[in-house]
Structures are given as C-alpha cells and as structure tokens.
Design a protein around this ligand. Structure first.
Ligand code: TLP
Length: 357
C-alpha cells in the first residue's frame, strides 16, 4: 500500500492554509481533546514489570470484548501479527494467508526476516472456502514447508474493506483447526466488520485461536494494537514482543487512548461507513468505475494514470493513495465529515473535468 508521493503533503498543505481532506487511510486521525485528557490523566507504571494499571486494564477489556483468555498491548498491527507468527510457528514453517493479505505484502518481509516463515497464499482475492484451505495444506512430504498457521484478514483491506462473511469464515477456520493449524485473525478493522454487520466482535473472534485489532485505525487512537488469545499463546507472544523491542514502560499514556477509543469510538464507525457509501455514490455519478456499495470505510475506484491523479487531486487539497497504476484508495474516518466528503467530491469533479479537456 504505497504512501510515496503524498508522504509530506499534508503538512505542506496545512502550512499553505488550504484545508486538507485526508483520505489516505483511517490511520491519519488525530486524538480528540477528550482522548488527550484521558491520556494526560492516565495512571501509569513500568509495563515491562507488568505494573502499568492502564495497560493491564486495556488488556483485560480487550480480552473480555473478544472473548479470549488474555491480551497483549503492542505498538502496531504489524507487531501484533508478527508476535502471533512467532507464537505459532518455528523457522521453516509455512503460514497460509489470503491474497493481498497485509502480513504477506505490507509488513516489509518481517515473517521471513524475523521468524523464518514462508507465507503461502490460499484462495483468490482474500476470501476462501474450507476446501480451498484444505487444498492449500500440502501432504506431509520433505519437500514442503509444513503449514502451522492460517491467517484471515477481516475486513480485507485490499478488496476495499469487504467483510469476510461469517459462515464461510467459520468453515475456513474449522478446516485449518482440523489440520492442526493455529488460526489467526488479522482484525485490524474487525470493529468495522462488527458495526457493519451488527454482529459483536466476540462472535467474529470466536472461530480463531488469536486475533489482533488496531486502536490506531478507525477507532482513532494515536498508537497501538492488541493481540488476544489463550494465556499460553499470549505468554509466547509477549516474549516475541520483547525480542522486537516492543517492551514499553509507562505505556499507560497510550493505552488510555485505546481504552477511550473502545468506550467512545466504536458505534460511530457507522458514520464512516455511510460517508464511504456517499463518496462511492458521488464518484459513480462523476463517471468513475467504483463499487457503489462499500461495506465499510474503504473505497476503491479506477482511474487512468493513478499516480498522476493522486498528484492532481493533491493539488486541490485532497489526499488519496494510488494503489496500482489504475486504482485509487480513499478511506473514511472520524476526522472527515459528510460535508468534507461533498467538498472532496467537488474537488474531484474539477480534476475529472480538467482531465476530459
Ligand atoms: N494498514 C495500513 C497500511 O499499512 C497499508 C493502511 O493504511 O491500511 N493489518 C491490516 C489489515 C492493515 O490494514 C494494517 C495497516 C495492518 C495490519 C498493520 O497495522 P500497523 O500499520 O499498525 O502496523
């Protein structure tokens, strides 16, 4: 998910006085005043000694919400996925993941570099059935890397935030489990799936041995993710977190933002979803090829020369990401309102008009 050209664009836009509408990701949100107050007044201790009460509280709340025994606060979704890989595998093992999975494409080769695993894809487009999982598991043979883990991403980022439907997801996870695999959910945006479907996070988490969810995406916290699983699994992941340099000290300061987000920012994800639908409908009216019914907060649409489009729209104060040579991603979040979406659409209309000349 390249973030090349627009990387320093927002500070430049803001210093020029132009209102920036930043749709590159839901990671770009800034903490609200109330969240900052919760952070400033957090009770803290040294978490490497397990003595930070706010971190401990966040871990308890996360375990409770996801229906797991234990949880571990980590710096990022990437660290959560990697700690899960470390806890479930040994060097030389294979991890099965859907096409376009974040842990396959966007974690800088960490699974291979840090924990010696080979990632193999299952199914097509990020979604797959139980029989596709069975097909992806090789017979025991000296040629193959033995599969030890199956990772499912929900919502699936690259397909435009689509929700992996519950029944096929249960079936795929059950086949993985029957074959002795640890089944992991990359639930960076699982709260979006829960809100969009009206099905609680614990139900989405139930088929899995472990899951990560991100506080720093739609939930609007500045930093952090949580890895949840059995006490045993979390103990092993804790060691991996330490190995990756993820042992933090008075991290209650940031855990407080996570707790605040879980309390105040879950239900409002529905607004992001409705803004995504509004954006998609507007793009369709402007003649773009787009899925007019995004399920959650990610909108993908097609343009010619996407990198050029990214620059043209940036010049009008709208930040989006060119994913491929002909595809743009826009993500809605708590720092963009319905009015901002309409504003973005009128700026996009100007670009479309200029392009058609
Ligand atoms: N996704 C980011 C970029 O890294 C692409 C984004 O802007 O969408 N799993 C999924 C499904 C993700 O989308 C991401 C981040 C992660 C894991 C990693 O989270 P972080 O960025 O906290 O390491």
């Amino acid at each position: 998910m390249p973030a090349r050209s627009s990387a320093i664009a927002r500070p430049l836009l803001e210093s020029s006085g132009m209102k920036a509408i930043d749709l590159r990701s839901d990671t770009v949100t800034r903490p609200t005043e109330a969240m900052r107050r919760a952070m400033a007044s957090a009770e803290v201790g040294d978490d490497v000694y397990g003595e930070d009460p706010t971190v401990n509280r966040l871990q308890e709340v996360a375990a409770e919400r996801t229906g797991k025994e234990a949880a571990l606060f980590v710096t990022s979704g990437t660290m959560g996925n990697q700690a899960a890989i470390a806890a479930a595998t040994r060097p030389g093992d294979a991890v099965l993941a859907g096409e376009g999975a974040h842990l396959l494409l966007y974690e800088s080769g960490a699974g291979a570099a840090l924990f010696g695993v080979q990632i193999e894809t299952v199914g097509a487009g990020g979604f797959f059935s139980g029989s596709e999982v069975a097909d992806a598991i090789h017979p025991v043979d000296v040629h193959y890397a033995p599969a030890r883990m199956l990772a499912i991403e929900n919502t699936h980022n690259q397909s435009g935030g689509r929700v992996f439907p519950l029944e096929p997801l249960k079936e795929a996870a059950a086949v993985g489990r029957d074959h002795g695999l640890t089944v992991h959910l990359d639930g960076a945006r699982i709260f979006n799936a829960a809100v969009a479907s009206g099905t609680p996070v614990a139900t989405w988490a139930e088929p899995f041995d472990s899951l990560t969810f991100c506080l720093s995406k739609g939930l609007g916290a500045p930093i952090g993710s949580v890895l949840c699983g059995s006490s045993d699994f979390i103990l092993r992941a804790h060691r991996a977190r330490k190995q990756m340099g993820g042992g933090m000290r008075q991290s209650g300061i940031i855990a407080a933002a996570g707790l605040y987000a879980l309390e105040h920012h879950v239900e409002r994800l529905a607004d992001d979803h409705s803004n995504a639908r509004r954006l998609a409908a507007g793009l369709q009216d402007l003649g773009f090829k787009v899925d007019p019914f995004p399920e959650t907060n990610i909108v993908l649409f097609e343009v010619e020369r996407a990198e050029g489009f990214e620059q043209e729209i940036l010049a009008r104060g709208v930040l989006m990401l060119a994913l491929t040579k002909d595809r743009i991603r826009a993500v809605t979040h708590m720092d963009v309102s319905e009015a901002d979406i309409d504003d973005a659409l009128s700026r996009i209309a100007e670009v479309a008009k200029a392009r058609s000349r």
